[in-house]
Structure formats: structure tokens, C-alpha cells
Design a protein around this ligand. Structure first.
Ligand code: THU
Length: 157
């Protein structure tokens, strides 16, 4: 039997190393954490994305007493943008969160499996990678496409 090793490459950046646009998206994701509705988990996730036409959208998690009815921050941003500009590719998506004490997380939080699948769909649909910025107070992970986080993914067939 052969063994196959899959590699993931992530850049670890300080804010000063990022472009003004990336920093703006991170600020908007932080603003998303303030708008999040998370009375059950108390984990306030914010996301912000930029479309190819330069328009930016904020997303945040929306919880519900009937748990599966809620939505993650990433998908709330992607679906809001898709509803307004259905033909525009998503270029960059920033994500961060605030913990139950209201503090921004130190280490970046990574999108859940379902959000990864939706990001894969976005990349497939627009035939271009979605750059992902995962912001934590210590550092930001810069990821050049969801495939780095989800190899061997299921896409259109
Ligand atoms: N959550 C997100 O918004 N994004 C993710 O990628 C992971 C989890 C939300 C869902 C729920 O409201 C809370 O975080 C705790 O799981």
C-alpha cells in the first residue's frame, strides 16, 4: 500500500503585515462579533467578506432556541452577499470571534465543516479561490483557498 501525505500551507501574519483592505475586513469581522446573536453558546462569531466588485458584507452567527435553526457567521455573510450580488465572486473572507467573557479570541478560530463545504461551493461556482483570514489577537492565519483546510473535498460531479 502507498501512503499519501497531504500538506496544508498557512501564512501566520501580524496585522502590520496585512494590506489595508485585509485589516478593514478584519475590523468588519470584529464588528460582526458585536452584532452576533448568540444567547445560547455565548460564542460570538463575526465574518466579513469582500466581493470582486469591492462590496463588503458583514456576517455573524444567529442562534435559535431550536438549535439547528441557527446559522454560522461565515454562511450568514456568504448568503447575504449572494442574495445581493449573485454573480460576484468572493475574494476574501475574514473570520474572528469573541468568547463568553466578551474578549476577542487569542488564537484564530477555524470555520466548521458545513461552512467549509459552503466555501468550497463558492469557489467552485466562481472558479476562483476564496482567501481566508482567521484573526486572533496573537496572529492572523492567511489561507489561500479553502482547499488548504479541506483537502479531498466533495464538489460538483
Ligand atoms: N459558529 C460560527 O458562527 N462559525 C463557525 O465556523 C463555527 C461555529 C457559531 C455557531 C454557534 O452559534 C456558535 O458558533 C457556537 O458553536
Amino acid at each position: 500500500m502507498e501512503e499519501m501525505t497531504l500538506r496544508t500551507t498557512i501564512q501566520v501574519a501580524q496585522l502590520s503585515e496585512l494590506s489595508e483592505t485585509d485589516r478593514q475586513l478584519i475590523d468588519m469581522a470584529i464588528e460582526g462579533t458585536n452584532r452576533s446573536y448568540a444567547p445560547y453558546s455565548h460564542f460570538h462569531v463575526g465574518a466579513a467578506l469582500m466581493l470582486k466588485n469591492g462590496k463588503m458584507f458583514i456576517g455573524c452567527n444567529q442562534e435559535n432556541a431550536a438549535f439547528p435553526a441557527g446559522l454560522c457567521a461565515e454562511r450568514s455573510a456568504i448568503f447575504a452577499a449572494g442574495a445581493q450580488y449573485p454573480e460576484e465572486p468572493v475574494v476574501t473572507l475574514a473570520i474572528t470571534a469573541r468568547n463568553s467573557k466578551g474578549e476577542l479570541i487569542d488564537e484564530p478560530a477555524s470555520p466548521c465543516g458545513t461552512c467549509r463545504q459552503v466555501i468550497i461551493e463558492t469557489e467552485t461556482r466562481f472558479k476562483q479561490p476564496v482567501r481566508i483570514l482567521l484573526y486572533g489577537r496573537k496572529h492572523t492565519y492567511v489561507i489561500n483557498g479553502i482547499k488548504e483546510l479541506m483537502p479531498l473535498s466533495f464538489t460538483e460531479f
